[in-house]
Design a protein around this ligand. Structure first.
Ligand code: C2E
Ligand code: CA
Ligand code: CA
Ligand code: CA
Length: 278
C-alpha cells in the first residue's frame, strides 16, 4: 500500500502543481478584473406562485473575461474565497445590486426584493452589518428590499453567525438560507436564528417527477418551514410539473429557467417593463 501511495504521489504531483498555478493565475486575473470593471451582475426573477408576479431578483456574479468570455462563478468563487478576494468582490456585488434595485424603483417599476449571495468569509467579517447599513444609506434602498442569501456552512460558527444575524434583523434586511438541505449543519439553528426564508436547493427540485424521495424532501421542507413561520422559495424550477407540485404544496415562490435564465441588466429591465404593461 505504501508503494502504491508513493506512486500515486508521483502520478498526482504534476496535477497539484497545475492546480496551484491555476489558482495563482485566477487570483491575479481576478484582481485585475475587479480593478478594470470586468465583473458583471446578471439577474434572475423570483416569481410569486399565487399570482405570477415578479417579487424579487437574485443577483448572480459573472466575469466578462477579455479572452475567455463569460466565466461562471463556479469557476472562480472558490479561489476568491480562499484568497480573501471575495471580500472586496462581495462588497462590489452588494453595492451594485442595491443601486440597481433602487434604479428600478426610480423608473417606476413595482418595488421588489434584491437577493444577494454571500460567502461565509464575507458574512462573518467584523463590521459586515455596518457595511450593509452604509450601502443602504448610500443607495437609499429600504432594508426590507434587500435579502441576503447565506448557506448552512455559514452557520457552523454559531456564535458569530447568531450575533451578525441579530444585527441584520435589527437593521431590517431579510435573510434566506440558500441550498437548504445540502449542508452539514444541524436543524437547531432554524429556531434560534432570525430567518425569513428557506431556499430549496435545485438538486431536490430536479427529477421530482421521477424521484419519490425528492418529492418527499421538497414537501417536507415546505411543511417544516411553514410550521416555523418561514417562507419558502424553490430554485431551479424548469418544468410545469415541478411548478404544479410546488403550488400544490403551497411553496410561495419559485425561480428557474421555466420563467427566465439569469439575464444582464438591460435585458432584465426590458423583461420587467414588458411584464408591468401586461
Ligand atoms: P446559487 O446561489 O445556488 O445560484 C443558483 C444557480 O443555479 C445559478 O448559477 C443559476 O444561474 C442557476 N440556475 C437558476 N435557475 C436554474 C434552472 O432552472 N436550471 C438550472 N440548471 N440552473 C439554474 P450561477 O449563476 O452559475 O451561480 C452559481 C453559484 O455561484 C451560485 O449558486 C452561488 O453559490 C455562487 N454565486 C453567484 N453569485 C455570487 C455572488 O455574488 N457572491 C457569492 N459569494 N457567490 C455567488
Ligand atoms: Ca443563491
Ligand atoms: Ca443552489
Ligand atoms: Ca450555492
Amino acid at each position: 500500500a505504501k508503494e502504491r501511495g508513493k506512486n500515486s504521489y508521483h502520478m498526482y504531483a504534476p496535477d497539484l502543481q497545475q492546480i496551484t498555478s491555476d489558482k495563482m493565475f485566477i487570483q491575479n486575473e481576478l484582481n485585475r478584473a475587479l480593478a478594470l470593471g470586468e465583473l458583471d451582475l446578471y439577474y434572475q426573477p423570483q416569481i410569486s406562485v399565487s399570482n405570477g408576479d415578479i417579487v424579487g431578483m437574485e443577483a448572480l456574479l459573472r466575469w466578462n473575461h477579455p479572452e475567455r468570455g463569460l466565466v461562471s462563478p463556479d469557476q472562480f468563487i472558490a479561489v476568491a474565497e480562499e484568497t480573501g478576494l471575495i471580500v472586496p468582490i462581495g462588497e462590489w456585488v452588494l453595492q451594485t445590486a442595491c443601486k440597481q434595485n433602487m434604479e428600478w424603483q426610480s423608473q417606476g417599476l413595482p418595488p421588489i426584493r434584491m437577493a444577494v449571495n454571500l460567502s461565509a468569509r464575507q458574512f462573518l467579517k467584523k463590521d459586515f452589518t455596518q457595511l450593509v447599513a452604509d450601502i443602504l444609506e448610500q443607495t437609499g434602498l429600504a432594508p426590507h428590499y434587500l435579502e441576503l442569501e447565506i448557506t448552512e456552512s455559514t452557520m457552523i460558527d454559531v456564535h458569530r453567525a447568531s450575533s451578525t444575524l441579530a444585527e441584520l434583523k435589527q437593521l431590517g434586511v431579510h435573510i434566506a438560507i440558500d441550498d437548504f438541505g445540502t449542508g452539514y449543519s444541524s436543524l437547531s439553528y432554524l429556531k434560534e436564528f432570525p430567518l425569513n426564508r428557506l431556499k430549496i436547493d435545485r438538486s431536490f427540485v430536479r427529477d421530482m417527477k421521477q424521484s419519490p424521495s425528492n418529492r418527499a424532501i421538497v414537501s417536507t421542507i415546505i411543511a417544516m418551514a411553514h410550521n416555523l413561520e418561514l417562507r419558502v422559495i424553490a430554485e431551479g424550477v424548469e418544468t410545469d410539473d415541478e411548478l404544479a407540485f410546488l403550488q400544490e404544496h403551497l411553496c410561495e415562490e419559485v425561480q428557474g429557467y421555466l420563467f427566465s435564465k439569469p439575464l444582464p441588466q438591460d435585458e432584465i429591465t426590458t423583461y420587467m417593463q414588458k411584464r408591468k404593461q401586461k
